[in-house]
Design a protein around this ligand. Structure first.
Ligand SMILES: Cc1ncc(COP(=O)(O)O)c(C=O)c1O
Length: 259
């Protein structure tokens, strides 16, 4: 019978590990990154900066709200300085002009992209499979910006496969993951793919069916699956098992990326 193992393993410290090392080696005292108002990544950078002695700046998509939501309140409590930019400007976050503008505001900084996905993050995530003691055939993770899947797949042993579950609609994430692998390893691995059918309408869309599924998981397994990433992946895996899409003998690991 198909075996499903849950692995609680936050992708955030893995994505930040080599970025922090690089920032330190470059002599940077400030980390700057981008994210939405509810970004887990913004929280993670704020906390890591505080713990590791970096100043942190979060460039936040959208207008400021009078009361900060929990994520942003946490980031500020860790000493992060927030800069809000409107959505149109935010879309230019990778541009040279944006970088120049940010440097004129804040001086030098080590830039971590939105979601933390860059080659340093990919290398950190590539260490995840090797830390799993139990033998497995397939490893599953949610996909937001792609760094986690790009790394996990690169860290697999021959014969193992990775499946990413897109948390966003649009079908563009395969390209993003491939590009991250190319930037990191100068090649694209062929041991992974992305399932695009379980995003439930797009990023942060949580219809009642998904909410009910996650609530049942919580009751049965005693953990709160986050609805944006983890619940969508687990729903997808469950559907695929029911549809017979895994070999009967498959040992599957699902990475619960919220830790
Ligand atoms: C809990 C959680 N799981 C998965 C992901 C997706 O990871 P990635 O952006 O590397 O695809 C994120 C976002 O970074 C996340 O916060």
């Amino acid at each position: 019978m198909t075996e499903l193992m849950l692995r609680f393993d936050s992708n955030k410290p893995r994505k930040l590990k080599y970025n922090l090392e690089k920032a330190r080696r470059a002599g940077a005292s400030t980390l700057l990154t981008f994210g939405g108002a509810y970004s887990n990544h913004i929280r993670a950078v704020a906390a890591a900066g505080r713990a590791e002695g970096f100043k942190t700046i979060g460039v936040i998509r959208g207008e400021p709200h009078e009361t900060l939501n929990d994520s942003l309140a946490f980031a500020v409590s860790q000493g992060m300085h927030l800069l809000y930019v409107d959505r149109e400007t935010y879309r230019t976050k990778k541009s040279h002009n944006m970088r120049r503008f940010l440097e004129s505001c804040f001086g030098d900084f080590y830039l971590i992209p939105e979601g933390g996905s860059n080659p340093a993050a990919v290398k950190g995530c590539a260490e995840l499979p090797g830390d799993i003691a139990e033998p497995f055939d397939v490893i599953c993770c949610p996909v937001g910006t792609g760094g986690t899947l790009a790394g996990i797949a690169a860290g697999l042993a021959p014969g193992q496969r990775a499946i990413g579950f897109a948390a966003l609609k649009g079908g563009f994430l395969t390209k993003e993951v491939a590009e991250l692998q190319r930037q990191t390893y100068q090649k694209v691995f062929d041991n992974w793919h992305i399932e695009d059918d379980f995003h439930f309408g797009g990023y942060a869309k949580v219809p009642p069916e998904l909410d009910a599924f996650a609530a049942k998981l919580g009751d049965e397994h005693g953990f709160e699956a986050d609805r944006i990433y983890v619940a969508k992946m687990l729903y997808g895996i469950t559907q695929m098992i029911e549809a017979g899409r895994f070999a009967a003998s498959a040992r599957i690991v699902a990475v619960i990326t919220t830790g």
